[in-house]
Design a protein around this ligand. Sequence first.
Ligand code: 4NP
Length: 166
Amino acid sequence: MTEATVRVMFVCLGNICRSPTAHGVFRHMVAEAGLDDRIEIASSGTGDWHIGKPPDQRAASAALKRQIDIDDLRAQQVTADDLRAFDYVLAMDADNLASLQTLYQATADARAEPSLFMRYSTAYRDQSVPDPYFGGEQGFERVLDMIEDASSGLLADIRQRWPDLD
Ligand code: 4NP
């Protein structure tokens, strides 16, 4: 049997709030499913302001309250090579998706067409994850609620596309 490695990248604007949260939540879910050697997870931002920085403290604290540790993550900017390498490139909001689509059009041999992460959600289907950066703590809780919901749907989609993953 061929060892399939599925690659998933979450993308937001700064890669310090929403996409590292998604990275951490999905990483936790994948580890609990025993699939951490089969599913590679990454996150990035469409912008370059925070490259090399750890997640926003408010995002890290909110995640830790749900037993998700994201302190090891460091911000990076999405590249054309990412679009060539990842099976899923999942945007947090419609603006991120528009930026990714522009990059996708300019990238030869891109692998997966970028899409909205919330396409995999049941409770928040096809919604944008609101940018929590300029808001209060409540915004970070909503980010986590939305991401937890869509993560289950994403894992189910992966299992459907790669039935021999386990
Ligand atoms: P993120 O949040 O895209 O969820 O990481 C933001 C982080 C930083 C900024 C905007 C959004 N910023 O303008 O610096």
